[in-house]
Ligand binder design. Structure first.
Ligand code: ADP
Ligand code: MG
Length: 657
């Protein structure tokens, strides 16, 4: 059987049918999961950004609030109003430290420096250039905002501040082209509040500021307060950075050596979107040595100019890991589904192919001649029907084959029968022809011999009568007479055998003829030792036959029986209607020596004899007569047990005449 079985083909088709939807599902599923994780990340970064912005604004607002409160203190407005400076310097320095400010400066009503906490020696210069100061002087309300402060102004407050702000800009591959290699201005959270006297006159401005460059307080606060998650595999998940223009000035992103990653620049793409176009930029960013999901928002100063950026980033790895975990689970389930469906496919394929294979094997057996082969019908479907049809077909085949064989055997038997009949007919014709030829010859010879023979017999008999007793020639003459008599018997037999006349048929009873013949021979010398009995059927049908010829037939047979038993024995003559009707039979049975098989065929040939003085014509005559009567004669003999000669004749419906 070919190895590309139905089963294999079914499994192949099933696999294809499974593969296409499962591939589609896998692709769609992966895309959906990715989308969902990315959405989740997007949401996360958006909420981180708004938290960061809120905290940033909160710090600015707090700065404004605390300056407003401190500005109402008597020690401050007293100094400006009445010139009582005792305790001012100490008090302002205490406030600066308490509030964690880098700058705390008191200005007079015209905006000139009255007292610098960190540089008391320098006073009197005009600070009205400052937007915030101008705003307070004109509107008389507190204000706070991010501001870029030039290096000489930083220097005025403190040399330390100027140093803290100064940065050598690190060249950054993706950043836009720039001529700057250093940055000496500083980005500050700056607040200013009007100083009022007890009776409500504005006598000055209290200015406070925090330098963001190299400071970590704000970004660390954003991270600890604003971001939900802390550490993922030893790495900070959330990071925040403040840019002055496109330069990182404050961050909690760490370099590989643990230092803070400042002085580098944002990529040109980000700077373009955020600083030039004022957009919020979302996307992936490779920061230091990891991928982050990042958001950049612009930082404005009081006049609405974009002076920097606030960045928040969340490590991408947790999202990727979650994505991979989701994918594993999803693909696992999909794979399990494919395996399950494949198992089902294999089972179904087997269920379909098994009966087909059974039928195929059975067909093979049937082709090999085993018509008893049956297939189990099993299911009710087409395959079941196929099995049933197959079984029907096999039965039909078996029946047809049986018929053919019987027909063949029948034919053979008939041919044999016909051949035997033909052979028998040929033999019969041969015998008849042979007998006719011999008969003609014999008749001619006998006729010619008969007259001279009569002459010889008459004259020799007369001569014998004339010779006196004791004459020596008597013995010779007696021999002549005897031999001539024997010749006459032969000639008589020949004439009888060759008789050409048609039988004079009449209705007669064979029983009567049997009685006649037995009456004639019973008293002869040769019958003295014999026991002759008859068993004649009283209701024997009549036959149409020549009476004399029938007598001769019975006589010849009875004489042969007697001659076969010279030492004595029994002769039984039976008559009966032939089996099957239409014939009468007479059987003459003796208890003689029987006839050997080899001679049985020659019995009816003329001149066949086993006796010293036999003519061999007796049975030939019987045969001829029976032939002319459309009757038959046949022999049954067993060596040492006896012989039965049976003649049969057709019956007639006529009664005895
Ligand atoms: P013949 O009697 O002159 O020999 P038949 O033609 O009458 O010639 O018989 C031929 C031969 O058939 C006989 O010689 C004998 O051998 C054999 N035969 C005939 N009838 C019998 C019989 N009843 N028992 C044994 N042999 C027989
Ligand atoms: Mg004889």
């Amino acid at each position: 059987m070919p190895q590309t079985s139905i089963q294999a083909r079914l499994i192949k088709s099933f696999s294809l049918a499974i593969l296409i939807p499962s591939l589609t599902t896998a692709v769609v599923g992966v895309l959906m999961i990715r989308r969902q994780v990315l959405d989740q990340a997007q949401g996360r970064i958006a909420s981180d950004l708004s938290a960061a912005q809120e905290i940033y604004q909160n710090v600015v607002d707090r700065l404004k609030g605390s300056l407003r409160i401190h500005a109402t203190r008597r020690v401050i407005y007293g100094a400006l109003d009445g010139g009582d400076r005792s305790g001012l310097a100490m008090e302002l320095e205490r406030v600066r430290r308490d509030e964690g400010l880098d700058v705390l400066t008191l200005l007079d009503r015209s905006g000139r420096a009255f007292h610098r906490t960190r540089n008391p020696a320098l006073a009197g210069d005009d600070q009205a250039w400052d937007e915030l100061v101008r705003r307070v002087l004109t509107r008389m309300t507190p204000v706070a905002a991010t501001a870029v402060v030039p290096p000489e102004e930083l220097e005025k407050e403190s040399a330390d501040l100027a140093r803290q702000a100064f940065m050598e800009i690190t060249p950054t591959p993706k950043a836009g082209p720039t001529g700057r290699t250093r940055q000496s201005s500083g980005m500050m959270l700056k607040g200013a509040a009007p100083v009022f006297t007890a009776d409500g006159r504005m006598v000055g401005v209290l200015v406070g500021a925090v330098l963001l460059n190299r400071s970590t307080a704000l970004v660390d606060k954003i991270r600890t307060v604003g971001f939900r998650e802390g550490v993922y595999r030893g790495q900070q998940v959330g990071t925040a950075t403040i840019f002055q223009d496109d330069v990182r000035v404050s961050t909690n992103v760490k370099n590989a050596d643990g230092s803070r990653a400042i002085t580098t620049r944002a990529s040109a793409e980000v700077a373009d979107a955020v600083l030039r176009r004022g957009e919020t930029w979302w996307g992936r960013a490779f920061v230091v040595n990891d991928w982050y999901l990042a958001a950049y928002a612009p930082i404005h100063d009081l006049g609405g100019r974009r002076i920097g950026m606030l960045y928040v980033g969340t490590l991408e790895r947790p999202f990727l890991d979650s994505l991979v975990r989701h994918l594993y689970v999803f693909l696992g389930i999909a794979l399990l589904g494919v395996v399950l469906v494949s198992c089902v496919a294999v089972v179904i394929a087997q269920r379909i192919s098994r009966p087909v294979r059974a039928i195929s094997e059975a067909a093979h057996d049937v082709a090999g001649g085993d018509y008893t082969r049956k297939v189990e019908a099993g299911s009710q479907d087409e395959i079941g029907q196929l099995a049933a049809s197959f079984n029907r077909m096999t039965e039909e085949l078996a029946r047809a084959n049986q018929e053919l064989r019987e027909w063949g055997e029948n034919l053979e038997r008939k041919v044999e029968q016909r051949t035997a009949e033909l052979r028998e007919m040929q033999a019969h014709m041969l015998r008849t022809e042979k007998l006719a030829a011999i008969g003609k010859l014999a008749a001619g010879v006998a006729h010619e011999i008969n007259n001279p023979l009569t002459g010889v017999l008459t004259n020799s008999s007369l001569m014998l009568a004339d010779l006196p007793p004791g004459d020596t020639r008597r013995e010779d003459l007696q021999t002549i007479v005897d031999e001539t008599l024997r010749c006459r018997t032969i000639v008589k037999g020949l004439l009888e055998f060759a008789r050409q006349t048609k039988p004079q048929k009449q209705v007669l009873s064979l029983n009567a003829i049997v009685e006649d013949v037995l009456g004639l021979v019973r008293n002869q010398a040769s019958f003295r030792n014999l026991e002759v009995t008859t068993a004649l059927d009283a209701n024997l049908p009549f036959a149409m036959a020549d009476r004399d010829q029938m007598r001769q037939v019975i006589l010849n047979l009875v004489l042969n029986a007697a001659e076969a038993m010279p030492e004595g024995g029994a002769i039984t003559v039976r008559s009966r209607a032939g089996a099957g009707g239409g014939t009468v039979e007479v059987a003459i049975a003796d208890t003689g020596p029987g006839i050997p098989d080899g001679t049985k065929e020659k019995l009816f040939e003329p001149f066949f004899t086993t006796k010293k003085t036999g003519t061999g014509l007796g049975l030939a005559i019987v045969y001829g007569i029976m032939e002319q009567h459309k009757g038959a004669v046949h022999v049954e003999s067993a060596l040492g047990q006896g012989t039965t000669m049976t003649i049969s004749l057709p019956t007639t419906n006529e009664d005895v005449a």
